[in-house]
Design a protein. Structure first.
Length: 122
């Protein structure tokens, strides 16, 4: 098995669409009486960098020095995304724009994705 080369002296700039990936997880105990869908009692939330932000985080985990460049809103979702990126050691060079930050929300229960919802003003 070969080891990965030392990339700690390398740096890269990732340019692209940045978004927040949000996961809601909870138990399902019953089906909705209004439609044939499970009712999820959300018990936890996890935020992760999505899109180009995910690429940047993965590169940082390999030991590279990474800067992220893109556009996102100037809102709470952007602040959550920035925390995810900076906690991974990625430099935040994302410019705020008038649009809301794109959020891909996934609802999970019993290790299964039940819903994927894209929140944006577009």
């Amino acid at each position: 098995m070969s080891a990965l080369p030392d990339m700690s002296a390398s740096s890269v700039t990732v340019i692209g669409d940045v978004m927040l990936d949000r996961f809601w997880t909870g138990a399902t105990q019953r089906m909705s009486p209004e439609a044939p869908v499970p009712v999820v009692n959300v018990s936890s939330q996890e935020d992760r960098a999505g899109g180009a932000g995910n690429v940047a985080v993965n590169l940082a985990q390999l030991g590279l020095t990474v800067s992220l460049v893109g556009l996102c809103g100037d809102d709470d979702h952007a602040r959550a995304l920035r925390r995810c990126v900076e906690e991974a050691g990625v430099r935040w060079n994302v410019m705020p724009c008038a649009a809301e930050t794109i959020v891909k929300l996934r609802v999970l229960s019993r290790n299964q994705q039940l819903l994927r919802w894209i929140l944006s003003s577009h």
